[in-house]
Design a protein. Sequence first.
Length: 143
Amino acid sequence: MLLFLLKDIFMSSLKTYFRLLIFIAALFSAPMSAQSQTAPLSDPLRTFAACAGRLSAQMEFEWMFDGPASEITKAQRSAVIDILEAMIGPDQGRDVLNWRVEAKMAHASLLTRSKFSTDRRVTLRAERLALRSLENCNALLLG
């Protein structure tokens, strides 16, 4: 992934380079709780929280552009939330909500870029990333 980003930086315009720098700066300057800083990337609780956020953003986006698809996404989101609620400990609610909101905002940003960007490369990349994220989340569900 990093090599892909580096290749893209060198092959794209200066404007894209600055956008990437701003994105990276925002990513590393975002405040995180002490627990989320130490949580491993393979943490199932964090994974399901992120999926709940992504599916929420997808469902809301589909309300605007593809109404019938939102019903399928709503059912997937409900299944993920059921699993997530079974996993949450008594003192983890704040962190889980934070992870859900972060993932929802990130996914909503991808969907917005995929629909409204004037740069075809940005549109295609955002579509692929959003689709891949949803596929990863749906792979966690049975059936």
